[in-house]
Design a protein around this ligand. Sequence first.
Ligand code: FES
Ligand code: FE2
Length: 401
Amino acid sequence: MLSREENELLCRIGPGTPAGELLRRYWFPIAVATELTEEKPTKFVRVLGEDLVLFRDKQRRVDLLADRCSHRGVSLLYGRVEEGGIACAYHGWLYDIEGNCLACPAEPKGSGFHLTVKHKAYAVQKFIGLYWTYMGPKPAPRIPKYDVWVRKDGRRKIVVYPLLDANWFQAMENSVDPAHLQILHQDTAMRGRTPVNTTRGFTDDIEKFEFYEIPHGIMKRRYYKRGAVDEHPLIFPNILRQGDATQIRVPMDDTHTFIYFVHFIPGGNGDGDGEEEPDVLYMPPFKDPPNGLHPFTRFRTDLVLAQDHMVWETPGPIADRTRERLATSDRGIVMLREIMMREIRKVQQGFAPIGVIQEPAQDVMIDTKLAESLEEMKARGQPPGGQVTALTEAERAIGRS
Ligand code: FES
Ligand SMILES: [Fe+2]
């Protein structure tokens, strides 16, 4: 159970909030690259609670600017893209990809007024068929080269899920809640088996669960009595790896979350390198009406992800964690909250949070399924090559304070 203040601290991600400042140290995908075209070179995007416009200028440079024009607030979604940037439809204030104002056409000739205008702009990069943004302090880190994003021995496919009408952290808590698979998904993920009863589902298949911290997040392990082991790492702060897929949850604002899946499919012609244009699938809505909130909508529950959306949304747009009753099976959730709080404090104290790649030497492929824990690494005295550096003692102390 959390206090109201702790719940707010975890969930609020707008500018200036502690969790918002933490999340602004990471890159987030904000659009499928093919969504910007010659005919439609602008797209409205809300991310981390900020209203922005993604656009491609006539030199095919892509950037993200604050939606509301610095002059009198008209949306740049309707701006005209030019050689040098985007011009507001209303009075033509022209912004380049850095947010510099290049012209204010209705001002007297030679006034230089435009030189006094600076518009908010964020870095954009195209990677694995998506546009990504970084909204934090400069210099921007690298987009991590997680193995399934950069492996060349296969291809990738993107699936865009319906907008989740709930806070992003609800989906992340689910990623360290392995017990739900055998119950919630008993009729969708178990290949037609019949459970002993529908209350227990397939809970009796499981020997135990294990969670431990790894350099880029939390390893979650599910041990089956028959000897198999599942490993689904949570890549901090907003990604679940499941099999060769990554589920990327992007906080749109406090109560809405975009979800992109990037599937890696090994084999084929093997020319994938993170620069390709993957196939894209847009999933139809999971609920009817699609924009309704519980209880004024009804979810379909015959698909694994639709079941997940149901359990992520029905606790409310921001789950009230002052009323929960955590149990033994929730210890992964407790761990995630503790890491989140620790990383918030680290950023407040000027440290980089886990998983942020600043050094060129660290900008190499990262095996997200590496099973070695931080404790094991420490015992060996060295983080293995290619891994994000393990926490320093000072950083760990922040977590204990
Ligand atoms: S409101 Fe944009 S130029 Fe006037
Ligand atoms: Fe699930």
